[in-house]
Design a protein. Structure first.
Length: 49
């Protein structure tokens, strides 16, 4: 479960208008690691731009 802590950290850092989208993407029912990784990558890309 250490991975989930990292994800929470990323979400905490990105306090931007994307917050609602992040909430939807990180729905507790979405446990697919690939989807979570893709969502995190999308957030990182949006922050860098």
């Amino acid at each position: 479960m250490t991975g989930s802590r990292k994800i929470e950290g990323v979400v905490g850092v990105s306090m931007v208008p994307l917050d609602r989208k992040l909430t939807l993407r990180f729905d507790p029912r979405v446990t697919n690691a690939a989807r979570v990784t893709a969502a995190v990558q999308a957030v990182v890309d949006s922050i860098e731009q």
